[in-house]
Design a binder for this molecule. Structure first.
Ligand code: DC
Length: 231
């Protein structure tokens, strides 16, 4: 029996990190953790409690203060076959994907105290290995020793189109332009922030999936994982 490893998947917004990470975790019988969902849940809490009102300007101290009232957990959803995000015991899996959250989440995730809290939680989840986690700083900060690090990217128009199809399929009313604008803005904010910016770890393998099917991506990353697990 080989030792289990942690797998870090970072990259640009909406390039299919979570879809791939979930499938890979399932194949390996590992646990999938969506770190972006945690930043989204903090953002949602602040919106629900009037700390953020989609004006892009909010009091950072109030966000930090709210952290002590926020409990994030993941619970298995039998029907969907994966786990859902809960905020203080309430399922928020759909709400955290709304545009109002996407518009504010990069600003919230810039705050050092927010990052410290969530990184600590993420590291605890990975303590026993066997975790596939996706995000922006997993290979660089959360699991710098991860045995496999993948950095995903794809053409921005292709990403916007995929996201558009996904969200409109779920009934969200949103335009392709709004999505593209949000992707570009988040990538810029996430890569230029001072605290743990999005960057490719030196030992990460880059995966540009612009022209790869989901199946092709899974075959590729699974072979990398099997190789690293065997070492
Ligand atoms: O993965 P996602 O698009 O759901 O993440 C939402 C935002 O959360 C993303 O724009 C930046 C932030 N994030 C982060 O700063 N660090 C992470 N590890 C994951 C997400």
């Amino acid at each position: 029996m080989h030792d289990r490893i942690n797998i870090a998947i970072d990259g640009h917004s909406s390039c299919g990190k979570s879809t791939l990470a979930k499938k890979l975790a399932k194949e390996l019988k590992y646990v999938y953790v969506d770190s972006g969902a945690m930043y989204r849940a903090v953002t949602l809490y602040c919106i629900q409690n009037g700390i953020i009102n989609d004006a892009y300007a909010f009091n950072e101290d109030a966000v930090i203060e709210s952290l002590s009232s926020i409990n994030i957990s993941f619970n298995y959803n039998k029907v969907a076959g994966d786990s859902d995000t809960y905020l203080n015991g309430i399922r928020v899996e759909d709400q955290i994907r709304e545009l109002v959250v996407s518009r504010n989440v990069s600003a919230v995730s810039k705050i050092r105290k927010v990052r410290e809290r969530l990184v600590h939680f993420q590291q605890k989840l990975g303590k026993n290995k066997g975790v596939v986690m996706d995000g922006r700083d997993i290979g660089t900060v959360v699991f710098p020793d991860a045995k496999l690090k993948i950095f995903m990217t794809a053409d921005v128009d292709i990403r916007a189109q995929r996201r558009f199809e996904e969200l409109s399929g779920k009934g969200h009313s949103i335009t392709l332009e709004e999505i593209k604008e949000n992707l570009i803005s988040r990538d810029f904010q996430d890569s230029t922030r001072i605290e743990n910016p999005l960057r490719k770890a030196e030992d990460a393998i880059e995966l540009d999936n612009s022209y790869l099917t989901r199946e092709q991506q899974l075959i590729q990353v699974k072979s990398w994982a099997v190789d690293r697990i065997a070492k």
